[in-house]
Design a protein around this ligand. Structure first.
Ligand code: PAF
Length: 284
């Protein structure tokens, strides 16, 4: 049985009960339009925690493009249906006023340690301020012991880890590897907006990233990035960035000897849909 909760107050009260019983509480924040990638997070939580909570809230403050917010798929009934099978315990579906009781505020002065500035930061200014704001608020309400987040949003995971450390939030962040279609395309709520042909083409992103990972010690990074950029262009993508970054700092690097943690990240457009993905080249 799934319990559906709408009020922040009720959610906190239930979380307090779980803490009193010393239960571990796993939390998966989502914006709905669930897919198998989200279900993988739920399953990871079910495995590690006594209690699993999923939130569904399309957070307006993280959309720097109003069009994107309007077009964001909203599929609540189907989402809840998908959460039955992995036996989710609670689905938290707050209205805006539960999350932002003093009104939606697009400005905040959370310290993100600069983790928001590279990569996405150059193309979606303010996006991670909104993400940090809503995740911090959700963590205050849900008070989970564990937070499960997908590594497809590599920079988001880094930003959230920063706020957990910076604001001493007693939650352990558990990053979960990206779930992919058979073609290699990273699962994303946004894929629903691609045509069938678009989905096939979008698998090129995976091919490009894999090729960079395979060849990083054979060719200079910049050569591989140029080739990848070109391949995406030929396939019809408009690419915002294709960069190799230090996994600790998210700063671009061109010499992989400079770090023990390197990740190749991409953001690119196809059929009016913005797709992001990444692959770890080397990990400490
Ligand atoms: O990754 C997402 O779906 C969102 O950024 C999150 C973490 C649910 C915050 O709104």
């Amino acid at each position: 049985m799934i319990i559906i909760i709408e009020k922040a107050e009720d959610m906190s009260r239930l979380a307090d009960k779980a803490h009193k019983k010393n239960l571990t509480v796993g939390f998966i924040p989502t914006m709905g339009a669930l897919h198998k990638g989200h279900i993988k997070l739920v399953k990871a939580s079910k495995k590690q925690c006594d209690f699993t909570i999923v939130s569904i809230f399309v957070n307006p403050t993280q959309f720097n493009d109003k069009n994107d917010l309007q077009k964001y798929p909203r599929t609540l009934d189907k989402d809840i249906e998908m959460l039955f099978e992995p036996s989710t315990d609670i689905v938290f579906v707050p209205q805006e006023e539960e999350i932002y009781p003093y009104g939606v505020d697009f400005e905040n002065d959370l310290d993100l340690g600069g983790k928001d500035l590279p990569l996405e930061g150059k193309f979606r200014p303010g996006h991670f301020k909104g993400v940090a704001q809503v995740v911090k608020r959700l963590l205050e309400i849900v008070k989970p012991t564990h937070l499960f987040m997908g590594l497809k949003d590599f920079q988001q995971v880094a930003v959230v880890q920063h706020i957990i450390d910076r604001y001493e939030i007693p939650t352990k962040l558990v990053p979960v590897s990206t779930m992919r279609e058979k073609s290699g395309l990273a699962m994303s709520s946004r894929n629903a907006r691609l045509s069938e042909e678009g989905k096939e083409k979008a698998a090129t992103i995976y091919k490009v990233l894999s090729s960079i990972v395979r060849n990083y010690n054979k060719r200079p990074v910049n050569y591989l990035l140029d080739k990848g950029f070109q391949k995406l262009k030929e396939t019809g993508f408009e690419t915002e960035y294709l960069s190799v970054v230090d996994g600790h700092t998210l700063q671009e690097i061109s010499d992989l000897n400079d770090t023990d943690y390197a990740v190749v990240c991409v953001a690119t457009w196809l059929e009016g849909v913005r797709l992001i993905d990444n692959m770890i080249i080397k990990q400490p």
